[in-house]
Design a protein around this ligand. Structure first.
Ligand code: ADP
Ligand code: DP6
Ligand code: CO
Length: 325
């Protein structure tokens, strides 16, 4: 085989990953839990490089700078070492998600790349094993090796193999998200830098690991019971607690923009009007509204009073990565 293409979907954390205990291995401080989304994904083609002795990489048709190529090359080295095939490759990737805007492009990107590497280098890893490799490209990518509701276990000590993802529910029921595009531009502070700054300087961060453990313990049975309001309340509170630790960093920072607050208020108004929906936000200004998929159109209508419809995307749950023929 000379070429392979994989598609992997983004995932949005309901219980957030924010902080590494081991930066080299991307081992997280806490476990986390997400919902994979069907509408946002990365497609990555990997082929042996016959034109150059080095790896080459294009993203959305652009030839990337040496820094970006180095990140991808280092990632692919894991598969070269594993397979013993030390050949250069060409990577061609397309994001069907805004890049570096807090919509988890790094998650779909490294899940797609890991899946394509596994195929081209013939390493035959299971998705569980592959999730431990995707993790070393971007932490959130660990969870994109599976669909539905997926847990990323923080693992034990410095054991890379122990920090993997596992799907706990296919999410094949009435649940989805409305994504409110506040700003698709690249953020100024990457997730990586933002979480490091928070760990180092936020006095609230010491409260974070314990509160995440409690939220996880409560949300897992709520997912099993398909108890949507409980899932939503826990997720919204967890996101706000993460953003509180970020705001309390020194110097203080935030990923929010004024329109992020507008979106949060619309969610609160909808709830008061008896429509259950809950917001979550990541390292970027965009707001994701967790809702019943059957009520997503109605919720979108309410948002259309403030946001043009091209900024509002409804998504159902997504699946794990798959090969594109
Ligand atoms: P996001 O919120 O989009 O996940 P991050 O700051 O976590 O933002 O990650 C963005 C980075 O992920 C980009 O700067 C780039 O290095 C990497 N990335 C995004 N898409 C791809 C891709 N398709 N292939 C390889 N790397 C990618
Ligand atoms: C707020 O996985 O993008 O979206 O591991 O440094 O690549 P790196 O960071 P990344 O961080 C995601 C942070 C988050 C929460 C989450 O997805 O769990
Ligand atoms: Co990311």
């Amino acid at each position: 085989m000379d070429t392979t293409t994989y598609r992997a979907y983004t995932n949005i954390a309901l219980i957030k990953y924010w902080g590494k205990r081991n930066k080299e291995l991307f081992l997280p401080v806490t476990s986390s839990l997400s919902l994979t989304l069907n509408e946002f994904y990365t497609e990555t083609t990997l082929e042996w490089n016959t034109q150059s002795n080095e790896d080459t990489f294009t993203l959305d048709g652009q030839i990337l700078d040496i820094n970006a190529i180095e990140k991808v090359s280092r990632f692919i080295n894991m598969f070269r070492d594993l397979s013993g095939i030390h050949r250069p490759v060409h990577v061609k990737s397309t994001n069907h998600v805004p890049t570096a805007a807090g919509l988890a492009s790094s998650a779909s990107a490294f899940a797609a790349l890991a899946s394509a590497c596994n195929d081209l280098f013939g390493t035959n890893l299971s998705n569980k094993e592959l999730s431990t490799y995707a993790r070393r490209g971007s932490g959130s990518a660990t969870r994109s090796l599976f669909g539905g509701f997926t847990v990323w276990h923080k693992g034990i000590g410095d054991e890379s193999d122990s920090s993997y993802a596992e799907m706990i529910d296919e999410a094949d029921w009435d649940i989805g998200m409305l994504v409110v595009m506040i700003n698709k531009e690249q953020k100024k502070i990457s997730s990586r830098v933002g979480m490091e700054h928070t760990i180092k300087t936020s006095p609230f961060y010491k409260l974070w690991p314990e509160t995440v453990a409690e939220d996880l313990e409560a949300i897992i049975p709520a997912i099993e019971n398909r108890d949507f309001p409980t899932i939503g309340q826990i997720a919204e509170h967890n996101a706000m607690k993460m953003h509180a630790t970020i705001i309390a960093a020194d110097p203080s920072m935030t990923y929010w923009e004024p329109e992020s607050l507008t979106a949060m208020n619309i969610v609160r108004d909808l709830r008061e009007a008896g429509i259950p929906c809950y917001f979550t936000m990541d390292a970027g200004p965009n707001v994701k509204v967790l809702c019943r998929l059957s009520q997503a159109e109605e919720i979108k209508k309410a948002f259309e009073k403030h946001f043009s419809s091209d900024r509002l995307v409804i998504s159902g749950p997504g699946k794990g990565p798959h090969k594109i023929s």
